[in-house]
Design a binder for this molecule. Structure first.
Ligand code: GLA
Length: 381
């Protein structure tokens, strides 16, 4: 990958890159729709990455090219970058450069060439991988010295204000802060993190990713409406965020809320509780005990938060029926991917059972990948 990316960079930009960086996609084990409520999540990085070859330019131009694009180089004048407007995928790298300048950092132009193995539209954070690759490359090329959480805020700001997607910060934190062999216990308030060992192989387990191939689009308004509902509920309860409500206070709080907000609050509060219990189980060296928490999390996303869809529900159901210890949708929802924790010897039969169930239901075949806890963003050459 690295050699190909350097060679392609030279062909496209007519010079050698100054370096090559990689930033991964992620799955979230548990803690969904909690990040924008200042809550907790437990993502892990995937082996699939966005690789970026980059070199500074001194003429104020940002020239971006992607191996997955239409072959053209998209050019921006860095000083004129502004939110809104078109640009397709190129809005993401451009947004990161804009967000760095918004922080008052005097960054200039660059030649970029991107090559990604993170599936797009699968709920595996391909856009965060892209943003984070650009963020770490710029940090180093322009000697910015920003911390990983600061870079995550920059990438999130790019996505929120430049690309217009009102996401939380989990995906960017996962791409930037995860470590090989573990999951990342993220406290979205203050961005405190702890690495939690997740030794699948040592426990005879496999984590499958079942990509339903139903495309989700967080920009479509449903995500923003859910987020606004949570913020309204917190205001009505007189709390800074729903994170400030714990499970013991839940019945009293729900009694004070209008009916439409009750399931949202119930999901967020019980989901934060599930993250805490999952981290305890992993710290105790019992990753198999995550299974029931995953399936309970899915029920909450399906029935209370209502972000699942027939394909994700069927994937969860078929995986569990075929012997998965637990399964749930991962990421924002409205399609995307399901994760299933399975005894290693059943991995092939669980994947097959989900594929068969999709065929019987008349759904397009899912893509089945294995999730291996991998390293966060890094320089690779
Ligand atoms: C998307 C967003 C994240 C998070 C998840 C749901 O992936 O980008 O910030 O809100 O949905 O947990």
């Amino acid at each position: 990958m690295n050699t190909r990316v350097r060679r392609d960079f030279e062909r496209i930009h007519g010079r050698a890159p100054e370096g090559v960086w990689a930033a991964p996609g992620r799955v979230n084990l548990i803690g969904e729709h909690t990040d924008y409520n200042d809550g907790f999540a437990l993502p892990m990085a995937l082996p699939q990455t966005t690789v970026l070859a980059a070199g500074r330019r001194d003429d104020g131009l940002l020239r971006v090219h992607s191996a997955q694009g239409d072959g053209r180089v998209t050019e921006f004048a860095v000083a004129e970058l502004a939110p809104g407007g078109g640009g397709g995928w190129a809005r993401y790298p451009a947004g990161v450069v804009w967000a760095l300048r918004e922080r008052g950092l005097a960054v200039g132009g660059a030649d970029l060439h991107l090559d990604s193995s993170v599936p797009t539209g699968a709920g595996l954070s391909s856009s965060a991988a892209l943003e984070c690759a650009v963020a770490v490359a710029y940090d180093e090329l322009y000697g910015l010295g920003l911390s990983r959480p600061e870079l995550a805020r920059v990438a999130q700001h790019a996505e929120n204000a430049f690309a217009g997607v009102p996401c939380g910060v989990m995906d960017q934190m996962a791409s930037l802060c995860c470590a090989e062999g573990g999951a990342l216990y993220l406290d979205s308030r203050g961005l405190d993190v702890r690495q939690v060992p997740f030794d699948l192989t040592g426990h005879g387990l496999t984590l499958l990713v079942l990509d339903t191939r139903v495309k989700h689009d967080l920009a479509d308004g449903a995500y923003a409406a859910l987020r606004a509902g949570c913020e309204r509920a917190a205001r009505m309860l007189g709390l800074p965020a729903l994170r400030d409500l714990d499970e013991t206070e839940l019945p009293g709080a729900l009694a004070d809320l209008p009916g439409e907000l009750v399931p949202l609050v119930r999901h967020v509060v019980t989901e934060n509780g599930r993250v805490g219990r999952a981290v305890e189980r992993l710290a105790a060296g019992e990753p198999e005990a995550l299974g029931p928490l995953l399936t309970a999390g899915h029920a909450s996303l399906r029935d209370d938060y209502r972000v699942s869809c027939p394909e994700t529900d069927l994937a969860v159901e078929a995986a569990v029926a075929a012997g998965a210890l637990g399964a749930r949708m991962t990421g924002g929802g409205f399609g995307g991917s399901v994760i299933a924790l399975v005894p290693a010897e059943r991995a092939a039969s669980v994947g097959g059972a989900v594929t068969d169930a999709f065929a019987a239901a008349g759904f397009a075949p899912p893509a089945v990948l294995e999730a291996v806890p991998s390293a966060g963003a890094r320089r690779i050459a």
